[in-house]
Design a binder for this molecule. Structure first.
Ligand code: HEM
Length: 238
């Protein structure tokens, strides 16, 4: 037990925690994007999917609690690593002739991470709790009633109405670019933290990071863009 506590307190342990929680969060983001793409199949497909998720309490609450734990550990550990880096070296090294390769994505991880956290709060207030843009909240717009008398709420209406406001779409598009930047560096470095740290592998891991980040970013941006360009619209009479 003692070794586990010592590992968690060490900076290697902290990096492993970042990597494990990063895998969980990236997995959610990929799955969430894939599910949301059902919007392109129309209101029935998206609303049935959302209804299915809400009616599987074990999956819903299992996912919610896992995400809450993963986000909390990821954010607190990032903060600890960031403070540790700054405390350990209050005066910056003089340039020693051999700088570690950094990219814009890697040097802005803490900023893109903090902005993503703000986006997640805003997103929950918007689509999950209906505090932002409350008039279009899905729970107030019923799509249809099932044979058992259960109401299927209109998530399609909420998303399309929400994204038809350019300010809302714009804020999602900016957040998705930040997400792409965070994921592209995060995914390639999490492999290294989990031990896949040899120079031959590194370029391939970087490519995996870029590929996942590009797919998630383009997939997510396609939804607000499709609404703004009228590719996605409300059914007549809605
Ligand atoms: C254009 C991109 C996105 C769209 C259209 C979208 C859509 C939605 C919708 C409709 C819901 C509510 C589902 C319901 O109550 O039935 C939701 C919930 C949620 N979204 Fe997103 N989302 C997007 C991006 C993201 C991203 C990038 C993240 C994370 C970084 C995220 C995290 C969440 C979380 C944590 C929930 C709450 C799930 C729950 O109720 O337990 N979403 N999203």
């Amino acid at each position: 037990m003692d070794w586990a506590v010592r590992l968690l307190k060490s900076s290697i342990g902290a990096k492993v925690l970042m990597a494990v929680t990063g895998v969980i969060l990236s997995g959610f983001v990929v799955g969430h994007m894939a599910g949301n793409m059902l919007i392109f199949a129309g209101p029935e497909a998206l609303n049935d999917y959302a209804f299915g998720l809400k009616n599987t309490p074990l999956l819903l609450w299992g996912t919610r609690l896992t995400l809450l734990a993963a986000v909390t550990v990821h954010v607190l550990t990032a903060f600890k690593l960031y403070m540790g880096n700054n405390d350990a070296r209050p005066v910056k090294y003089a340039y020693n002739g051999k700088k570690k390769a950094t990219t814009i994505q890697s040097s802005t991880m803490i900023i893109s991470g903090a902005m993503l956290l703000a986006f997640i709060v805003y997103h929950l207030l918007h689509f999950t709790l209906g505090v932002v843009d409350s008039g279009n909240y899905a729970e107030q717009h019923i799509w249809r009633t099932t044979a058992d008398g259960e109401q299927i709420v209109n998530v399609y209406f909420m998303v399309v109405k929400g994204f038809s406001n350019p300010l809302i779409s714009g804020s999602y598009i900016i957040a998705m670019v930040l997400l792409g930047s965070h994921l592209s560096h995060g995914i390639s470095s999490l492999f290294q933290s989990l031990g896949a740290n040899n120079t031959r592998l590194r370029p391939h891991l970087q490519k995996i990071g870029y590929a996942v980040a590009t797919i998630v970013t383009l997939g997510n941006i396609s939804m607000p863009l499709a609404v703004l360009t009228n590719i996605l619209k409300l059914p007549a009479g809605a």
